[in-house]
Design a protein around this ligand. Structure first.
Ligand code: DGY
Length: 361
């Protein structure tokens, strides 16, 4: 009998077709996430769940799903899932790293450029019929080329930002819980500095850490105060990494020059103060939303789910500490040290470190 899986919300048709080829699929096609009681009710007889970041998969949900073997998130971030609770129940959690790295960095770069060069204001100016003559001092912005980029979180996406910054002749600073190896630093031309130095010296600060207890409000009033008055903050990672109310104050008072945001502290709510500020570019959490990448994310999530249900190792597991029999035998190329505390395993190609691995972006 084919395994039963729930797809909690619409994903690309290619991925749904793949799921249907390997399992009996219960698909919630609605535009809104399933309310918790309905999610629990529909999970009762399911072995697999393919879910989105808008689904909260907490201990209560997992407890109501006695047959569940795998929670497959269609995202690289998985702060919507109680990984520790899943691990305790022997449920494999998977995410979709790698396939979205370049697309997300492209978008974070677009936010950086749009904020620096006032692209949204310029668009509104033209649409409002205000472009009546060329003016020397019209919509003057900031250069990106030749400036300093500070990358907080030097994982896959942070490094992809560094590659883009090299093309712009930028000085690149980074900070991460784990320092990159010297060859990577050389290749990317990136210098490891402490967080305060990064904030003080950067013209653009871009955030690429996962959301964890120790990265919540990583940027607040004190950090914003350390930044240059001419600097910009870019966030295409997770909203709660920034204290949004304090960012609004800093933008309002001109303590920093501007911001580009794809994510918000209480999504989908956006702090009302941001909506009226001209020096911030706002997007609705779409950094990975290219046609190709969304298909790849959906497909990888389905592959992860079906692999676990077939007793094989999923391509991109999060909680390696779930007993191997649930995940299938380890492939030599994917062998990574077990993550602790429900956190991500280190990125491929990274040396293990003494503390718990924490990065997944
Ligand atoms: C992720 O993958 O974590 C994004 O935020 C959603 O695409």
């Amino acid at each position: 009998m084919p395994a039963k899986i729930l797809i909690s919300r619409t994903i690309p048709p290619e991925a749904i077709a793949l799921a249907r080829a390997g399992a009996t699929v219960d698909l919630h096609p609605g535009p809104q996430p399933l309310p918790k009681p309905e999610l629990v009710a529909r999970l009762r007889d399911k072995e697999g769940l393919i879910c989105l970041i808008t689904d909260t998969i907490d201990a209560e949900v997992l407890q109501g799903a006695p047959r569940l073997k795998v929670v497959s998130n269609v995202a690289v971030g998985y702060n919507n899932i109680d990984v520790a609770a899943a691990t305790a129940r022997g449920i494999v959690v998977t995410n979709t790293p790698d396939v979205l790295t370049e697309t997300t960095a492209d978008f974070a770069w677009a936010l950086l450029m749009a904020a620096a060069r006032r692209l949204v204001e310029a668009d509104q100016y033209v649409r409002a019929g205000k472009f009546t003559q060329w003016e020397m001092m019209l919509l003057i912005g900031a250069d990106a080329h030749g400036k300093t980029l500070g990358i907080l979180g030097f994982g896959r996406i942070g490094r992809a930002m560094a590659r883009r910054a090299r093309g712009f002749g930028m000085r690149i600073l980074y900070n991460d819980a784990l320092r990159a190896d010297p060859a990577t630093e050389r290749e990317l031309g990136a210098m490891f500095v402490d967080k305060a130095t990064l904030l003080k010296e950067s013209d653009f600060v871009t955030l690429h850490t996962p959301l964890l207890p120790d990265t919540r409000h990583l940027i607040g009033a004190a950090e914003l105060k350390m930044m240059k008055r001419t600097a910009f903050l870019i966030n295409a990672a997770r909203g709660p990494i920034v204290n949004e109310a304090q960012l609004v104050e800093a933008l309002r008072e001109g303590r920093i020059a501007g911001a580009g945001l794809d994510v918000y502290e209480d999504e989908p709510k956006v702090h009302p103060g941001l909506l009226s500020l001209p020096n911030v570019v706002l997007a609705p959490h779409i950094a990975s939303a290219s046609h190709d990448t969304r298909i790849k994310m959906g497909t990888l999530a389905v592959e992860n789910c079906l692999a676990v249900l077939a007793g094989k190792r999923p391509p991109t597991p999060v909680n390696l500490e779930v007993p191997q029999k649930k995940q299938g035998p380890a492939r030599p190329s994917a062998a990574r040290p077990a993550a602790r505390g429900g956190r991500a395993a280190p990125r491929r190609g990274r040396p293990p470190r003494s503390g718990p691995p924490r990065k997944h972006r």
